[in-house]
Design a protein around this ligand. Structure first.
Ligand SMILES: Cc1ncc(COP(=O)(O)O)c(C=O)c1O
Length: 469
């Protein structure tokens, strides 16, 4: 077992075999905490989470955490007092020979992480997932352990066809679905196939992820950004541009957070029909919409012109590396061939487990629970801003796991810098702007309020309010 206590930057490394014994886990945790205190990553006076919440976070027994805390109290690294919990002891950290005169930026993992892109990993439904894995493996035929179909396991494609039509309005059948190792793998496969079709240009949004633009570039494709205005991404330029492919985030623009305007949804599909074009729909967090019904998938408007790409990275965890594409039939054949000749990269057991997880209803239950928890955080963020930083406006908050916080002009860099001094990881909007985007620079933060585990959320919010102007 290997886990990390993300909020305090403590890595819990267990030797092979240790995970099987309670004493092995206790020793691993005691060593990790001692190292963190000795190395100064846990400063004197730092209050540790309760043994209950740390146990949940790490997926280990509460008594094991309590024992590790007791060991370190006995050694003098921690103190435990009734009413004030367990804290790092004063003077537990050996003083450096020459203490720096002014505070210095601390390297290593941040104490709080509000970077967008990752859900709360501590809330991964471990018990339900294990049950699904056990059931899936017991029921799997022997041939499930063979090389199988490059499209992916039929059980998962069948489960997804049903789920996607029910939850996201996607038109499909299992034959048009190809399982991939997350969205990026799907985009990589598509990039190769589109280039092999001699396509050269892809229209993208003014704001997005540079990793995706890079990936298309590596496939030999040029990206050109569509304009972005107060209604979100503008699709009118598709008619005049040279691109025959457009990569969009219609349900929840990443990172600006607005849905693609209904007129522009229709216009984009009309363009694709007229021009023989193709839309790549990145539906990375379509399940998480709070104030109204989720916006249905664009693919439902024209399954022959829109490739739908979904992922388990937000709804479950990015470490699963599981995603899916719903493709028009001719493209499906080319993508399957490309996938088949590139090593496939998706384990059958995880696919079977996800299929079981979906068909048993556990996926729906998990998404419902996660939606409630993230909505609560979103509301707490908005309330905290209203009382602590009324100058800062939050936008893009109706959906997803992140919000855009508009800052006074010229302050983005200094706020991100100040946050990093406080060991709070934050990302500014500028990093998400396409280098060729014709949009005025806006100072803003993209705050991933889904990222921290529950016990660190209040501290992360407090730290955020502390650095906002
Ligand atoms: C805009 C966007 N698309 C897709 C993804 C998911 O990528 P993957 O499925 O490769 O983890 C992310 C994850 O952060 C994202 O932000």
């Amino acid at each position: 077992m290997e886990d990390s206590w993300a909020t305090l930057g403590v890595d819990l490394h267990l030797e092979r075999g240790d995970e099987a014994t309670r004493s092995g886990v206790r020793k691993g945790l005691t060593d990790a905490l001692r190292e963190a205190v000795r190395g100064g990553r846990l400063a004197p006076g730092t209050r540790l989470p309760s043994s209950r919440s740390l146990a949940v976070d790490l997926g280990i027994a509460r008594n094991t955490v309590a024992d590790a805390y007791a060991d370190l109290v006995a050694e003098g690294w921690l103190t435990a007092r009734q009413g004030s919990g367990t804290r790092v002891a004063d003077r537990a950290v050996p003083r450096p020979a020459a203490a720096p005169a002014r505070p210095r930026r601390v390297s290593g993992a941040p104490t709080y992480n509000l970077m967008p892109g990752t859900p709360d990993l501590a809330s991964f439904p471990r018990a339900e997932w294990l049950k699904a894995a056990r059931r899936a493996l017991s029921a799997a035929p022997n041939d499930a352990l063979g090389y199988g179909d490059p499209r992916g396991r039929i059980e998962l494609r069948t489960a997804l066809a049903d789920y996607l039509s029910r939850a996201r309005g996607v038109h499909t059948d299992p034959d048009r679905i190809v399982i991939c190792a997350g969205f990026v793998h799907g985009l990589q496969l598509l990039g190769g196939v589109l280039r092999a079709r001699r396509l050269r240009d892809v229209a993208v949004e003014s704001y997005g992820l540079d990793a995706h633009w890079e990936l298309l570039k590596r496939a030999g494709l040029r990206t050109s950004p569509l304009p972005f205005d107060e209604l979100g991404t503008s699709t009118a330029e598709l008619d005049t541009g040279s691109a025959k492919v457009a990569l969009l985030t219609p349900a929840h623009q990443f990172p600006m957070g607005v849905p693609l305007h209904p007129d522009r949804r229709a216009a984009a599909v009309d363009w694709a029909r007229r021009a023989g074009g193709l839309i790549l729909e990145d539906d990375y967090d379509g399940e998480f919409r709070y104030d109204r019904q989720p916006v249905g998938a664009l693919q439902g408007l024209d399954p022959d012109r829109v490739v739908y790409l979904g992922t388990a990275s937000k709804s479950l965890a990015p470490g699963l590396r599981l995603g899916w594409m719903v493709l028009p039939a001719p493209l499906a054949a080319e993508v399957v061939e490309a996938k088949g000749s590139s090593g496939w990269a998706c384990g059958a057991l995880d696919q079977l487990t996800l299929a079981e997880f979906i068909t048993s209803g556990a996926y729906d239950r998990h998404v419902r629970g996660a939606r409630l928890r993230y909505r609560r955080r979103r509301d707490q963020l908005v309330a905290a801003l209203a009382s602590r930083a009324p100058e800062v406006r939050a936008s893009g908050i109706a959906a997803g796991l992140h919000a855009v916080l508009e800052l006074p002009a010229g302050t983005e860099r200094s706020v991100v810098e100040a946050a990093s001094w406080q060991r709070l990881a934050l990302q500014g909007l500028d990093q998400f702007r396409h280098p060729a985007a014709r949009v005025a620079r806006r100072d803003a933060l993209v705050v991933g309020y889904g990222t921290p585990p529950d016990h660190a959320w209040a501290g992360a919010l407090e730290a955020l309010c502390g650095v906002l102007p």
